[in-house]
Design a binder for this molecule. Structure first.
Ligand SMILES: Nc1nc2c(ncn2[C@@H]2O[C@H](COP(=O)(O)OP(=O)(O)O)[C@@H](O)[C@H]2O)c(=O)[nH]1
Ligand SMILES: [Mg+2]
Length: 206
């Protein structure tokens, strides 16, 4: 049986080197806007967004962080009670990709396996300047056992899918994502039938 509290709240912490696009991803998702003027994140701040997924509602708290050394000592305390760590790199900056290792280690050190980690390769619109292939990002995520997606905050590419992917992976959401996959890939039977098969805990008998 699936039980979900009326308004489940989840804390997402955004990590990664300075200027990889953490603030831009959040801004694109929250306001569907992209601002080219660089604004250094001052300290750590959060924004809330409610997502509606079929019959459930989840409230996401998006915690932006600054990569600057002077704020780094604050980060572990933000990681400590987060459900999700979104680790961002810039596909046009190999060093930012290499540095994701240390962010993954930091999250694992604080949270062990009790956290969802998503590796995000941002700025895919910089086609000519790309230094990290999608295959490399994918391989790293597999090695580390974490999720992976490429985005462009500038082009608005894969931003909603990123958050849907996260929401679907949250505790209590697993059956939802399975059901969606079944419905897309296997058949287009009525929702009533699909949810009945899901409650029985079985796969598709079609
Ligand atoms: N071309 C391109 N530039 C981006 C993208 N996302 C962010 N930027 C730019 O990269 C710079 C740093 O972005 P920002 O969101 O402040 O990075 P943060 O330090 O990780 O929060 C800014 O000049 C943004 O306009 C993107 O998807 N494509
Ligand atoms: Mg920022």
């Amino acid at each position: 049986m699936v039980t979900v509290s009326p308004l489940a709240k989840y804390k997402l912490v955004f990590l990664g080197d300075q200027s990889v696009g953490k603030t831009s991803i959040i801004t694109r998702f929250m306001y569907d806007k992209f601002d080219t003027t660089y604004q250094a994140t001052i300290g750590i701040d959060f924004l809330s967004k409610t997502m509606y997924l079929e019959d459930r509602t989840v409230r996401l708290q998006l915690w932006d962080t600054a990569g600057q050394e002077r704020f780094r000592s604050l980060i572990p305390s933000y990681i400590r009670d987060s459900s999700v760590a979104v680790i961002v790199y810039d596909v046009a900056n190999r060093q930012s990709f290499l540095n994701t290792n240390k962010w993954v280690e930091e999250v694992r050190a604080e949270r062990g396996s009790d956290v969802i980690i998503v590796l995000v390769g941002n700025k895919t619109d910089l086609v000519e300047k790309r230094q990290v292939s999608i295959e490399e990002g994918d391989a790293k995520s597999r090695e580390s056992g974490i999720m992976f997606i490429e985005t462009s905050a500038k082009a608005g590419f894969n931003i909603k899918p990123l958050f849907r992917k996260i929401a679907s992976a949250l505790p209590g959401m697993e059956s939802l994502s399975t059901k969606q996959d079944d419905m897309v890939d296997v058949n287009l039977k009525s929702t009533a039938y699909s949810s009945r098969t899901e409650q029985q805990g079985g796969g598709c008998s079609c």
